[in-house]
Structure formats: C-alpha cells, structure tokens
Design a protein around this ligand. Structure first.
Ligand code: S3P
Length: 212
C-alpha cells in the first residue's frame, strides 16, 4: 500500500470515528421517495459506521403482523400512516442507529419534528428515471399498483420534494455503486461537523450521557 493510500485510510477512519461520536444517542435518518435507495444505502452506511440499521417499514410490518400491502388493503392508508408515525417515534428512541423511513413518513409534521429532535435527516434525491427503474423491480408498493405508476411518482415528486428539501443533508442518488453514495453521505456529515461552532460542539457534548 502506498503512503498516500495509508494516509487516506487513516483519514477515513478518523472521519468515521468523529461522525459516530458526534451522534451521541441520535440517529441518521434516511428520507426520500420510493426507489431512492434508502434501505440499500442505509444498510451499508450503518455497516461502515458500525451502527445498527433499522428499516421502519419492516418494523411496521412486524408490529402489525402484516405486510404493508395487506395493511393498505385491509385498513387503508390513513391507518398505515398512524402506525408509521407511532413506530418511527418509538424507533427514534433507540439511537444511535441508521434508520431508513418509508417515502411518506417525512411528510407527517410530527414525524418531522421527532426526526429533528432525535437525528440528522438525509434526503436521498433521485430523478424520475432512476426511481421508476428501481421501483419497477418489485410490486410491493401499494401506491404504485395502478395503471400509470409514473404519473403517481411525478405527483409525489411535486408534493414531496419541497418538504424533503428541509432535510439537514441532501445527497444526489444516482446510478452509482452504493459504496459511492455512502462515501458522499460520510463526506457531507464530516463537512457539517467541520462547520459546527465550538459552542455547538460543547452543547452536544454536554447532552451526551457520561461514560467512564
Ligand atoms: C410509501 C413508501 C413505502 C411504504 C409505503 C408507502 C410512500 O416505503 O412506506 O408503501 O408513501 O412513499 P419505501 O419508500 O421504502 O418504498
């Protein structure tokens, strides 16, 4: 290994350690539309930071004992949203972790507030072509089980992008390897940390539980 590679590796290690420490009990919360890559990227982000990964949709399914498709079909979307809000509020108490949320979760004002209190929101922003290509691989999304799923996706983009734009960090979700996306997120988190004021760091350290 060259000296330069060794130096880069140790910088990355240091960056990972600093990000992990900065989180305290908070979570990194991935938001964005269906097909943005929240679960796939989130899983790898968690692994690189040595943090647990939690998928909110899987937790909702476990809590309900039903798939999301079944919940929508039997009880309707409003019932699903109530469950989603409750489950995410509970999951946010379990930080530090990487938490992937379903595409509609961040649209709920209470959930947005809870995420702000307990974490850093990361919007994986993808264009229509990328989203449609990815969601086309599976038929597990009730909102897209319609004649024209692309029209639904366009409508959701128009409604949700302005709200997602309030996230702490926005990352372009391209057709790049997941590892590249993870690197982009880590760099964004590190530069956010670097911009923090000394007072902000002190406040955060004061909030962390004491360990000896
Ligand atoms: C939804 C997204 C889905 C799931 C549900 C509703 C949405 O999650 O929560 O089908 O409203 O965008 P993914 O974004 O993980 O596909």
């Amino acid at each position: 290994m060259t000296q330069r590679n060794t130096a880069q590796l140790s910088n990355r290690r240091q960056q990972l350690a600093e990000i992990r420490q900065s989180l305290g009990q908070n979570s990194l919360v991935l938001i964005g539309l269906m097909g943005a890559g929240k679960s796939a990227v989130g899983r790898r982000l968690a692994a690189s930071l040595d943090l647990p990964f939690t998928d909110a949709d899987s937790e909702i399914e476990a809590a309900a004992g039903q798939s999301i498709g079944e919940i929508f079909a039997e009880h309707g979307e409003a019932y699903f949203r109530t469950g989603e809000r409750k489950v995410i509020a509970r999951l946010l108490e379990n930080g530090p972790q990487v938490l992937a949320t379903g595409g509609g979760a961040y649209m709920d004002p209470e959930t947005r507030d809870a995420i702000k209190t307990h974490g850093t929101s990361i919007w994986l922003k993808a264009n229509l072509r990328v989203l449609m290509k990815r969601v086309g691989r599976r038929d597990n999304r009730p909102l897209l089980q319609v004649d024209n799923p692309e029209a639904v996706m366009k409508k959701l983009m128009a409604e949700r992008h302005p709200i997602y734009a309030g996230a702490d960090i926005t990352i372009e979700s391209r057709e790049a390897p997941h590892e590249v996306m993870v690197g982009n997120i880590l760099d964004a988190l590190a530069s956010q940390l670097a911009q923090e004021t000394p007072r902000g760091i002190e406040d955060r350290l004061e909030q962390q539980p004491e360990t000896d």
